[in-house]
Design a binder for this molecule. Structure first.
Ligand SMILES: Cc1cc2nc3c(=O)[nH]c(=O)nc-3n(C[C@H](O)[C@H](O)[C@H](O)COP(=O)(O)OP(=O)(O)OC[C@H]3O[C@@H](n4cnc5c(N)ncnc54)[C@H](O)[C@@H]3O)c2cc1C
Length: 575
């Protein structure tokens, strides 16, 4: 890729060429594929790249011929550690780090008062930093580049999906292109079309939500002098009529200044360059020199589908759940959807799991989406109280937070996106830590550092069972490992066992601590770096059960019910 030079108009984005698809070049017009993804936005591209990195091909259809949104600003800017870890596994973290701006510290202010300051770095144990800011279109661009490098994905630009039919044995999509229309058939379809999903609308699948009343105006600027790289959030900014303001550095030395507007603000008026300049001058003083890069007003909507799986169709990203941008939970959670679904689809498409595994996608990501919507809605109401009572509460919290530490926890100007803890869901073990996300911690192998994600990447779409010897006894550990590895192999399960101390060393004791196996046992880690189960014994039946649960089977159930289960599901969905 080349740079997208921000000009005083919009960013300049790349154009990807339309290519006539085989369906229109050589009859028959309808072809069948194992997997089609609709939408090459952040979520769809992450899934395609993830699958390609696991050796799985798919077709991706996008109605546009570029990344981001042509003529608009970058929407997303802040990417959290979990997303950066996903990008590291896919192979583009270095590009993101080189281009973006790495940060960990920020302040929340009311006027000149700093209500609190934070820094996530001291707590971090991951190889990736707490946050990198980078314009969303760069991230998408790197994903496109990576998809091309991996060479497995059939990425089709200017292919707009206009119709969908869900049959028991396949999904049919009608596609419109500059060269004509065709129909494509797929065993499985992932809808990543964003908030205005045609597939969702046509199938009349409910997505409950509401449009927010809050109005904001992005004012991206570049300063002639460098400024402190911190995220500052004004809950009340006197220079913006006591409404909210965000300031934050992205790539290319462009700062995102985001101003909360009056609810009745005229979008055309607030976007005028002279009005935007006045806003920035009021904020930073009349002598601050800057260049306007992009100005644009926006509002947001909240939306949640009831089910992220509908038979042979799966919904990811904004198509499944949309929310306000507070805490950067939109794109980051779309990336996590892709991370959650990628290995499951890979196992399904290569015949090593039944479609029961896809139900775990819905269970896990729907609960995460509910949490994200709950958290962002609270932030939204704190930033834009809806009633006199909410306003009184907010005023009291702001006054108290100026003087008392306890009140700072009540401030809610956006809580940054964090991995969801899947505790209690069917695919996980019963212990409190089961279901948690594990950071990309450093381990060692033959005297060299190896990160958890390196090991997971090597394992492809298989789970890893880290076997910790009891009380550090290496002989007993070897015997236990051999028994466990044999049990996994005998059941032909997609999981491999590693003996701690021999195959890998947990030099800092972090994995044992995070997986709650300090006295010995097994930590079963899924390819998306979530702890599937922690076992305090070396019981082979317990490990087999835990792996089967991760694949979507009830514990201890016979393993050959896949066809029946799949059939039951698909007939129900298509019917
Ligand atoms: C102001 C603002 C700031 C934000 N800040 C952040 C942030 O800092 N961090 C963060 O994580 N998130 C942020 N977000 C949210 C983030 O931008 C979205 O959550 C994210 O873009 C969703 O990705 P997606 O892939 O699900 O959908 P989209 O990005 O909307 O992609 C959908 C894709 O589908 C294609 N498509 C649509 N319909 C069809 C069709 N019928 N046929 C074929 N293709 C189709 C489109 O061309 C597009 O490429 C922000 C959003 C806004 C508005």
């Amino acid at each position: 890729m080349t740079d997208s030079t921000p000009s005083s108009g919009a960013y300049e984005l790349p154009t990807f060429a339309f290519q006539t698809p085989p369906e229109l070049e050589h009859p028959p017009r309808t072809r069948r594929y194992p997997l089609v993804i609709v939408g090459a936005g952040l979520a769809g591209l992450t899934l395609a790249a993830d699958l390609a990195s696991r050796g799985v091909a798919c077709v991706v259809l996008d109605e546009d011929d570029t990344v981001g949104v042509r003529g608009a600003s970058s929407r997303g800017i802040a990417y959290v550690q979990r997303s950066l870890e996903v990008m590291a596994r896919i192979g583009i973290f270095e590009r993101i780090a080189a281009k973006g701006t790495t940060w960990s510290a920020g302040k929340v202010l009311a006027g000149d008062d700093v209500l609190y300051a934070y820094d996530f770095q001291p707590e971090s144990v991951s190889a990736q930093p707490p946050f990198i800011n980078i314009q969303q279109f760069y991230l998408e661009w790197y994903l496109v580049d990576r998809i091309h490098e991996l060479g497995l994905t059939d990425l089709r630009w200017k292919h707009r999906v206009t119709g969908v039919r869900h049959r028991t044995d396949a999904v049919e999509l009608d596609v419109e292109t500059p060269a004509g229309r065709y129909t494509i058939e797929a065993d499985w379809v992932v809808d990543a079309e964003g908030v205005n999903s045609v597939v969702r609308e046509q199938l009349k699948l409910p997505a409950h939500g509401e449009r927010g009343q809050d109005r904001w105006c992005i004012t991206d600027v570049r300063f002639t002098r460098s400024r402190l790289n911190e995220r500052w959030t004004w809950v009340e900014a006197p220079f913006n009529e006591n409404r909210g303001v965000w300031q934050h550095l992205m790539a290319d030395q462009v700062w995102r200044l985001d101003f909360q507007m009056a609810p009745d603000a005229d979008p055309a008026h607030v976007s005028r360059p002279d009005v935007a300049r006045e806003r920035v001058a009021a904020m930073l003083g009349p002598d601050t020199e800057f260049e306007l890069v992009w100005v644009g007003p926006y509002s947001y909507r909240t939306q949640l589908m009831e089910n992220f799986r509908h038979g042979r169709l799966l919904f990811i990203g904004d198509a499944a759940h949309a929310k306000s941008p507070f805490g950067a939970r939109g794109g980051n959670s779309g990336i996590t959807d892709a991370d959650n679904l990628g290995w499951k689809l890979a196992l399904l498409l290569t015949g090593r799991a039944t479609d029961a595994i896809l139900d775990t996608y819905h269970q896990e990501r729907h609960r995460a989406a509910e949490e994200n919507i709950r958290v962002t809605s609270r932030s939204g109401r704190f930033m834009q109280p809806r009633s006199r009572n909410e306003f009184t509460l907010r005023t009291a919290v702001l006054q108290l937070a100026r003087r008392h530490t306890f009140a700072r926890s009540l401030l809610n100007a956006g809580r940054m996106s964090a991995p969801h803890h899947y505790a209690g869901l069917p695919a996980f073990g019963p212990r409190p830590d089961d279901g948690r996300s594990l950071p990309n911690i450093a381990l060692s192998r033959q005297g060299h550092t190896v990160h958890l994600l390196d090991l997971l990447a090597e394992a492809g779409d298989e789970l890893l069972a880290f076997v910790f010897p009891r009380d550090g006894d290496p002989d007993a550990g070897r015997t236990a490992h051999a028994t466990l590895a044999a049990a996994l192999a005998q059941q032909a399960l997609p999981a491999r066992a590693l003996l701690m101390g021999r195959d890998v060393a947990d030099s800092h004791g972090l994995l044992a601590r995070l997986s709650a196996t300090p006295g010995g046992g097994v930590a079963l880690v899924r390819p998306d770096a979530h702890l599937g189960a922690s076992l305090d014994s070396h019981d082979a039946a317990a490990l087999v059960d835990a792996v089967r649960r991760s694949l979507g089977h009830p514990a201890s159930a016979p393993s050959h019910d896949g066809d029946t289960h799949e059939h039951r599901h698909l007939v129900a969905a298509a019917g």
